[in-house]
Write a protein that binds this ligand. Sequence first.
Ligand SMILES: *Cc1c(COP(=O)(O)O)cnc(C)c1O
Length: 501
Amino acid sequence: MLYHSTRGGENSVQASQAILQGLAGDGGLFVPEDFPAFSPEALQRIPELPYHVLAEEILTPWLTDMRREDIARMAVQAYAPGRFEAGMPAPGSALDGKTFLVELYHGPTLAFKDIALQLLPRLMVNAIRTQRVDEGVLVVAATSGDTGKAALEGFCDVEGTRVGVIYPQDGVSPAQRRQMVTQQGGNVWVRAIRGNFDDAQSAVKAIMGDPAMHMALRERGWRLSSANSINIGRLIPQIVYYFYAYGQLCRQGILAFGEPVDFVVPTGNFGNILAGTYAKAMGLPVHTFLCASNRNNVLTDFFRTGSYSTRRPFYQTASPSMDILISSNLERYLYEKAGRDPKRVAGWMQALREERVYDVGGCLDAMTQGMWAGCADDAATLACIARTFREKGRLVDPHTAVALSVLEQYRQEARDGGRPAVVISTASPYKFSLDVLKAVDPGRRCEDDREASRILAGMAQESLPDAITALDTLPELHTCACEPGEVGGELLRWIGGGHAD
Ligand SMILES: *Cc1c(COP(=O)(O)O)cnc(C)c1O
C-alpha cells in the first residue's frame, strides 16, 4: 500500500515513510492510494477475534512494508490485557435496547487517544528500522488535553525518540494538566502556550513545514515527526475498534451479521470519525456516522451548509478536547468525497488559510452522504450527563455526553429508522470531575477536582482509576509557558542541550 498527499505535491511513499514524516512535504496529509477491502467471508470472522488479533488482521494490509509477524507482536504489546484496565481496549455494553456504548478510555491515560498512541511509538521504531534512519526522531504534538498525555506516555523512554508536547495554557482540565506536567521520563518536553488549541496546532504545523527548522534539527542529528492525528499512523489503529464494536454487537445478538449500524462520534479534529469512515470503506456495514460537536460547532455548520468558516468566536467548553475550529482531518474526508482531486482540496485549504472560509458548493451532497452532524452546548451536555446517571446509573464524561445528546436529537427528528447506534465513549468522567459533579449534583459546592472525583466515585460506587489517584503524589516537573511562536526555538534549545529538562 502506498500513500500520497491530499494536495498532490508529493510522490507516493510507503507506510513507514508516511509515519516517519507525519505531514506530507506539500503541507497536505498522507492518504492511502486505495482502501484494503475485506471479503464478506473475512468480515464474518470478526466477532470471534480477540482485539489484538483483529488489530493484526486490519493493520496488515495498511502496513505492507512491515512484516506481519512484527505487526502481530506490536499489537500484542500495545493491547495486552495489562495495558488496559478493563482487560482490553474497547469493552462495550448496552445503554438500552438500541444504544450501545463502547468505552475506549481504559488505557494508561484514561482517554481514547491511548488506543492509537500505545501503538504509534512501536510503529515509529519499526519505521526507523525499515527506513534505515540513523537520526533520532523528535515527535511533536499539539494537544487539546488528551493527545499530549497519551503521546508522552506512549513515547516515554522509547529509544531513538524524543517527544515534545504543547497545550493551551487555559484550555485543559485540571486533571489533564496535572497528567502532563507530572510526566516522568528522560526524553519528554512539555510547554503550556499562551493561546488556544488552534494556535498550538498551527505552531506545530508551522514547525513541520519550516525548512530552516528541519535543517537545524538535521545538523543536530534529529528529524521531525508528529503524534497528532495528521499522522496516518495515528489513524490506522483507530479503524480497529469500529470493527471490534460491530463484532461485539453481533456476539451479543443486538445485530445480525451484515446489518447496518450507526456510529456516534464526539468530534474535534475529525480523526476518530474519519477512521470510522475508513472502516466503512473497508467493508464494515455502517449506515450513518453522527458527527457530534460542542459549542464550537464549525463542523455542524459545514455539513448543513457546505461552508466551512473559522470566522467565529472560539469557546472554552466542558469538553475541551473538542474545542477546535480547524479540524485537520476533514481534509482527508474532503479528498475522498471530492473525487480525490488534490487541486480542489489544495484550493479549499488555501482559502481557509487566507480567507478563513471555503465553500464546497456542489460537492456538499457527496459530503453528507452517510454523515449527519449535530451539536450540543454545555447546558445540554451537563443535562445529558445528569439524565444518563439518573436513568441508566452510568457516569459519562462531557465528550461522551455531547455524543449522546446529538444522538437524542437525531432520534427526535426520527432519522435513525430504528437502527441500533454505537456511541463512542472517549474519556473517563474522572478526568473532568468538576463539570461532571456539577451536572449530577448541582447543589454541591466543590472547587477541587480531586475532591470532586472522590465524591463521584462514591456516588457511582466505583473505585477511582489508579491513573487518577497516582497523580496526587507526583511532583510537577514541567511548568514553563511560552508564546506559540517561541516553540520552535525552545525545542531546538532542548535538543541542542542534549538532555531532557
Ligand atoms: C481527542 C478527543 C476527541 C475528539 O477526537 P478527534 O479525533 O479529534 O475528532 C473527543 N473526545 C475526547 C475525550 C478526546 O480526547
